[in-house]
Design a protein around this ligand. Sequence first.
Ligand code: UPG
Length: 485
Amino acid sequence: MTMSGTDAHLLVFPYPAQGHMIPLLDLTHQLAIHGVTITILVTPSNLPLLEPLLSAHPSIKTLVLPFPSHPAIPPGVENVKDLPPNSFRAMMISLAQLHEPLLRWFRSHPSPPVAIVSDMFLGWTHRLACELGIRRLVFSPSGAMALSVIYSLWRYLPMRQKQNSREEDGQDEIVSFPNIPGSPKYHWWQVSPVYRSFVETKGDPDSELVKDGFLADIESWGLVINSFDELERVYLQHLRKEMGHDRVWAVGPLHRFEGDEEISGSKQRGGSSLVKVEQISSWLDARDDQKVVYVCFGSQARLPMDVMEKLAFGLEKSGIHFIWAVKESKSGHVDSMLPPGFEDREAARGLVIRGWAPQVQILSHRAVGAFLTHCGWNSTLEGIVAGVPLLAWPMSADQFSNATLVVEELKVATRVGEGSRFVPDSDELARVLSDSISENRVIRERVEELRRAAMEAIKEGGSSILELQSMHSKLATLVSPRNYL
Ligand SMILES: O=c1ccn([C@@H]2O[C@H](COP(=O)(O)OP(=O)(O)O[C@H]3O[C@H](CO)[C@@H](O)[C@H](O)[C@H]3O)[C@@H](O)[C@H]2O)c(=O)[nH]1
């Protein structure tokens, strides 16, 4: 990829959760390759996560600010990966306290950044950018359809009709999004938990802060999305219309760009695996093409015991080969999450990876034929880019929109379940699992088409490269205000 060099100085500010940080570090890597001067902001205990990026680009500077405390976040914890899944909001509120320290840093810097690229959960950085007279670009680790739903929630503030009744009532009420292409509809319980908790605690200052952050996202100068034109064109157009300008850049799939090997393709993408990558590769090497199902529900989701059991029985009954990345329970145990003797019985057919799995590498192995996923956007993209059909089991957040996209529109996925409390029938699950690796499936052809489209997008002249170039040239025109008084 060629881009004209520029000395635009950017501040990159990732939100500390694996699914958010990994793709923004991939974007930072691309920007650094193309000559952008970068300072990246993290709190102290997230610094080690930057190690692969910083060793690939010693020119990237770090700004390490102390983590602001929050009553729901134990001391020493600075990343959502170490917190219960519903902690996204607490982390957003906590990090908003960095406003003043960050303002001071800008004001004392001899040649400060001309723009901030920050995660969509850090909307307050737009207000800070306005105070400084500089630009803010939202980074969306979610896709364009999911982001359209998120923006619509915060802009139009839909409420439950049974708002004043008990919280458990009215969870099945339908929320419609008639302004979005395809007019998607979801049950209330499928709507973003951050939005639902805003509705439950409306009027309190933290809730208002969260709402203001999302509205600031919509008002921001630019939007960078880890998606590509061919995948989500109508939703990208919708976002341009909603934001009232064209500075919406779809630059994905970020994990497959040239030069990725140093940070994304390495074992260290978001964590290191307890099972050696070589061991996983040789296990896969011994399997037939497209006959292994890979099972992983991202970095946040934890399934209840009864659901884990049914899933384990489904895998057993299916008779298929599988890799299952099992996350520790909150008490740190994996073994207690699996039915007794499961691993011994399945040793010939299944590989259980405790904790972090090298997902991108597993998906790209020829032996992998299907991916049972919670439809986190990164996993969704990684599956598509590897040309692997998906088995969709959305659990929370934007995952229901992602499932709509891959099941109903793109037709590269089969729906398996919905919600982390959904208890699958293990016979039915076994059937779906073994069907997923059967041959001559239309779904496989469709995902192969999308895989090719993704690779085209990131080739010289491809849509994502052109959008990255366009973003880059816009950034190059930005100048720092003379002073920040
Ligand atoms: O064992 C693992 C588990 C995850 N990953 C990687 O971690 C990322 C996980 O991201 P994602 O699939 O998006 O799932 P979550 O971690 O659940 O991500 C959160 O952030 C995403 C982006 O906003 C949202 O789409 C999700 O709903 C939200 O839960 C991916 O790159 C995976 O390759 C691994 O490498 N190994």
